[in-house]
Design a protein around this ligand. Structure first.
Ligand code: AMP
Length: 383
């Protein structure tokens, strides 16, 4: 008799959908936590043992560019997604020959190279900081003549959390920046005089429907996101419209499916796009507890062709990252409206190990909650 599902192994879930996630970090973990209640089973591809996402399903241990591991990973999946943007494009393309891969590999390719990203933004009318390609010390000197100082020298690829970039204020700092970064493809960006950083997160489904999360206001320190608030306090309706229009243009240009995040600088004259992430984003974590459908659940819904949910928060939502250390759990949970999210990572200086969300009925109340949780986060981390 056929196995009725009561024997060894995991019984076949009726209607189970199988999603593969490339990458085993906290974003994969939270995608899984959002998809499991929908009856979805997850498989992750991740070379490291005991990754944060190991907890959410089957873990295939293998390198992201190992064809044998990729084939094992893909078998029987209904869709594949990824949770970090440095997934080898070749691997995404190989998988796309076997199973739908969303967001499309072309989005991944664009997001991996700041130069291609900026060219794409410009070609579809999304304004960026002025920039020049830099492949030699002479290129850098010429670029500085055109763009002036301050300016920021950035690696085209593999930069994150402020790594792979150096601010240049004068001749000696140009030498120092070149010393540190030279040898790989770079770009120099003119310094944008912004008053705050915002992110536009949106989701597009397989039929082209788009839903927008409200713009979030983001605070960084030492290049790492510390806090987000949504909706961005005091945002002008025309700024919010501008962001939506730009994000929509990008989604349509890429025939995108899934959640995207575009980071903007807000200036007196409008929004300047800094970069995009073809995935769920740290500045959207508030949505887990904001009262609408979270970025994680909507990403899963989008890639599977399921109807999207309403992303709007109920009231005001905020998030504080836990960096470098754990807060006292009892105190964190004692803050009214606060929800604790830990990633099962061991603390190291500068490492994100979790976050706390808070939601309140008014901005004034949100600020009180944010002050309480950022103090806990501050005490826990390296400050
Ligand atoms: P990124 O790695 O591009 O996200 O940059 C990290 C942080 O550096 C940003 O969040 C900004 O605070 C700052 N930054 C990056 N590019 C510029 C720029 N062109 N002008 C001013 N600040 C910048």
């Amino acid at each position: 008799m056929a196995n009725s599902g009561n024997g060894e192994g995991r019984p076949a879930l009726r209607q189970a959908i199988h999603v593969g996630i490339i990458g085993g970090g906290q974003l994969g973990r939270m995608l899984g936590l959002a998809g499991i209640p929908l009856g979805i089973r997850f498989r992750i591809l991740e070379p490291k043992e005991n990754a944060p996402a190991s907890a959410i399903g089957e873990h295939i241990r293998g390198d992201y560019d190992d064809p044998e591991a990729l084939d094992r990973f893909a078998e029987g999946l209904d869709a594949v997604t990824y949770e970090f943007e440095n997934v080898p494009v070749e691997s995404a393309r190989r998988l796309a020959g076997q199973v739908p891969v969303f967001p499309p590999p072309a989005a991944l390719e664009m997001a991996q190279d700041r130069l291609v990203e900026k060219e794409t933004f410009e070609s579809i009318g999304i304004e960026t900081a002025p920039w020049r390609q830099v492949d030699s010390r002479e290129d850098l000197a010429r670029a500085l003549e055109v763009l002036g100082t301050p300016a920021i020298l950035k690696t085209r690829r593999f930069g994150y959390d402020g790594k792979g970039q150096e601010r240049i204020d004068d001749g000696p700092s140009a030498d120092a920046a070149w010393e540190r970064l030279g040898g790989v493809p770079l770009i120099l960006e003119g310094f944008v005089d912004f008053h705050r950083e915002l992110s536009g997160i949106a989701v597009r489904d397989r039929s082209g429907q788009i839903r927008h999360y409200p713009l979030a206001e983001n605070l960084h320190r030492d290049g790492i996101l510390r806090e987000s608030r949504a909706p961005a306090p005091g945002i002008l309706p025309e700024r919010a419209r501008e962001a939506r229009t730009k994000v929509e243009r990008l989604l349509e240009y890429l025939d995108y499916v899934g959640v995207v995040a575009v980071e903007f600088f807000e200036t007196a004259d409008g929004l300047i796009a800094n970069e995009m992430a073809p995935r769920v984003h740290n500045s959207g974590h508030w949505s887990q507890d904001g009262g609408g459908v979270s970025q994680f659940e909507n990403h899963i819904r989008a890639i599977l062709g399921l109807p999207l949910g309403d992303p709007a928060p109920n009231g005001w939502a905020g998030m504080v990252n836990l960096i470098g250390g754990f807060p006292r759990r009892r105190e964190a949970l004692g803050v009214s409206g606060a929800r604790l999210h830990l990633y099962d990572k061991s603390p190291r200086p500068g490492r994100k190990i979790g976050h706390i969300n808070v939601r309140r009925g008014s901005l004034e109340e949100l600020e009180k909650g944010m002050a309480q949780i950022s103090e806990l986060a501050h005490d826990a981390g390296e400050g």
